[in-house]
Ligand binder design. Sequence first.
Ligand code: DHB
Ligand code: FE
Length: 288
Amino acid sequence: MARITASVYTSHVPAIGAAMDLGKTQEPYWQKVFAGYDFGRQWLKDNPPDVIFLVYNDHATAFSLDMIPTFAIGTAAEFAVADEGWGPRPVPQVKGHPELASHIAQSVIQDDFDLTIVNKMDVDHGLTVPLSLMCGERDPVKDAWPCPVIPFAVNVVQYPVPSGRRCFQLGQAIRRAVESYDQPLKVQIWGTGGMSHQLQGPRAGLINAEWDNRFLDRLITEPAALAQVPHIEYVREAGSEGIELVMWLIARGAMADTAGGPPPKVAQRFYHVPASNTAVGHLILENT
Ligand code: DHB
Ligand code: FE
């Protein structure tokens, strides 16, 4: 049987990817951001998953305004790194896990969540920056990512977007799906995006460290209650792009304690302001 061993949470700021690709990580500004990921990089080597189920949002890269799936699961064998306007990031292609992805699609759809099945999709900074943060520099040709990745794209760009409650329940369904897969795979689920940031309008540059830290507290200790927070609170308190944080509830919903198991162990917690226009948050929770 497959099982979810841990969940990882991290922001996906595109400038973080650029800092890595351009060799700027040792500059004082960036050093403080990357220091928060030293632990996670070692932890990932010490706790290698067989598959990463990576919840992220596409930024009008794979899905334009022509077609906007609320929840899309990548079932392909590989996913090209998207060109977001400056050329594709120089990182390895993402290898998928079609068998497990198809099983999860089958199970979750039968469990009443209507996923869009995506057999061809390019992946943008929403997915590649978290991988880079946790895995470190990778040569696009000589290296690979440490394991297959199932991309799971959530619409948090064009309203209406899914509620935190729906995301949390979806995480619980993903957990049931993984646990009904008949291979002994160790699966990590990553929730990405956030924390507070607003990229547009009169409030551009908004950061709310107090709200973010309360979100981290509640994500750890009372995720089901946190899942009841309405969209308007994210937007008001954490900025228009702070809504990306609902994706963290999918990963959190997949942890054992949401199905009667023991509470997770907090292996890492990091918070830093700023990186580009965004508050960077990072958590690692282990199922015990
Ligand atoms: C920034 C953050 C994001 O989440 C994003 O998708 C694009 C830009 C930023 O901080 O600049
Ligand atoms: Fe974003």
